[in-house]
Design a protein around this ligand. Structure first.
Ligand code: HEM
Length: 79
């Protein structure tokens, strides 16, 4: 996978509020969820875009297949 790497700070600005882009990271991969009406304005139930939400997936009524239809746009820079 040859994707650009972004810091958590760069990811945070794609929260659906500060910029037009709406990105969510899962297991270190950043997905563009802008086309989803379920992530409108960056909010998905009680979760906000612009973060790595890997740990929160256990609270979801679904599994990671929900990312299948979204394009990976980057990778989260490791600390
Ligand atoms: C309380 C927590 C959550 C609830 C109630 C919730 C609920 C839902 C529902 C009802 C759907 C659409 C039906 C389905 O595909 O099963 C959905 C889709 C989705 N969820 Fe969640 N979810 C939660 C947490 C999360 C988390 C933590 C993530 C990311 C790690 C996430 C990512 C997604 C994505 C990417 C979709 C697909 C959106 C689309 O197809 O337009 N969800 N969620």
């Amino acid at each position: 996978m040859d994707l650009p790497v972004y810091t958590l700070q760069q990811l945070a600005s794609r929260n659906g509020q500060d910029r037009d882009e709406i990105w969510v990271a899962y297991k270190g991969v950043i997905y563009d969820v802008k086309k989803s009406r379920l992530w409108r304005d960056g909010k998905h139930y009680e979760h906000w875009a612009g973060q790595d939400l890997t740990a929160e997936m256990k609270d979801a009524p679904h599994e990671e297949f929900v990312f299948d239809k979204f394009q990976a746009v980057g990778l989260v820079k490791k600390a």
